[in-house]
Design a binder for this molecule. Structure first.
Ligand code: ADP
Ligand code: MG
Length: 293
């Protein structure tokens, strides 16, 4: 016997599908959601389900733990500054090998196994992520960390028009005389910029924490762009959360309706956030942080 909850949930999902059918959402896939086999299976199923419902999905993935493991194996050192990995040519080579190799193909094939249709590419394929060197305002040299200047949105749209989810590894290509150079992009930067350039309906960053927390570690459920800026200024937001919220707000400024920092430790977090809030555009409200203008 199906419960009344069932009817309520179907009603909510139907409202969300009605408002998102034919539109594009961009998901940054990273953190725990990527390292736990059960959570990652759930994620791939969610992407396949959204495709079935007529919602266009772009996946941009990270792979920090996998890169760290390989760097350790080959004896290359690396460190982080302001949430970004300082990237010597050796570090970029390992990151490219890991991200564009096993990590990328694991995700595209996982989505296909779940009944979806996905293709794995890197930002160097079809010039999807065209980069220049990211200059750090605090004065340290991050090496070959890319700032995404241009996105080949036409190529991504062509895949989406054909019912294919692009799974993008965040290694970018240099521009002009730097065409042969590979840039290591932070996956949050890549996801935010792709969402902004595609004018996606939503961008979601799956992470390993409940959302954006205040100094007392309480969840901040709704933030505007100016809230985010003050939280960075007063050091409430630090480390890996900085690129996430910075590029979430960048996407919102470029026309994305809402950006979500979502707890990827929750099974099926993607589906719950996208369909659980009905047609409000503000997500399920159950967890995570939503950033709007
Ligand atoms: P991801 O794999 O999602 O990119 P990161 O480690 O790069 O993970 O970024 C998420 C981390 O940012 C959190 O685990 C937390 O340690 C850190 N962080 C810093 N400031 C905050 C904040 N105000 N709220 C939540 N997390 C924060
Ligand atoms: Mg990160």
């Amino acid at each position: 016997m199906l419960s009344e909850d069932f009817a309520t949930n179907v009603g909510l999902a139907a409202g969300a599908v009605e408002s998102l059918r034919g539109k594009t959402i961009v998901v940054k896939y990273g953190g725990n959601a990527m390292t736990s086999p059960a959570l990652s299976k759930g994620f791939c199923e969610d992407v396949a389900t959204l495709q079935t419902l007529g919602i266009r999905v772009v996946v941009v993935h990270g792979g920090g733990p996998q890169i760290n493991a390989m760097l350790e194996k080959v004896g290359v050192e690396s460190r982080f500054e302001g949430g970004m990995r300082v990237s010597s040519p050796e570090v970029v080579a390992v990151a490219e090998m890991v991200l564009c190799g096993s990590v990328n193909k694991g995700i595209s094939s996982g989505i296909c196994s779940a009944g979806g249709n996905a293709i794995g590419i890197s930002g160097r394929d079809a010039d999807v992520l065209q980069c220049t060197k990211l200059l750090n305002d605090k004065g340290y040299d991050l090496g070959n960390v890319g700032k995404v200047e241009q996105v080949n949105t036409q190529f991504l749209e062509n895949l989406l028009d054909n019912g294919i989810t692009p799974v993008v590894a965040p290694i970018g290509t240099g521009m002009d005389e730097e065409k042969d150079l590979a840039y290591n992009c932070n996956a949050d930067v890549a996801a935010g910029r792709i969402a902004g350039e595609l004018k996606a309906a939503r961008v979601l960053f799956l992470t390993d924490i409940a959302g954006v927390l205040d100094k007392e570690m309480s969840l901040l459920k709704e933030l505007t762009i100016s809230d985010v800026n003050s939280l960075i200024d007063d050091d409430t937001i630090t480390g890996g959360m900085i690129p996430k919220v910075t590029y979430a707000t960048d996407a919102v400024q470029l026309g994305v309706n809402s950006a979500f920092i979502t707890d990827g430790r929750v099974p099926h977090a993607l589906l719950k956030e996208i369909l659980g809030g009905g047609d409000s555009g503000l997500g399920s409200g159950e967890g995570g942080t939503v950033i709007t203008l």
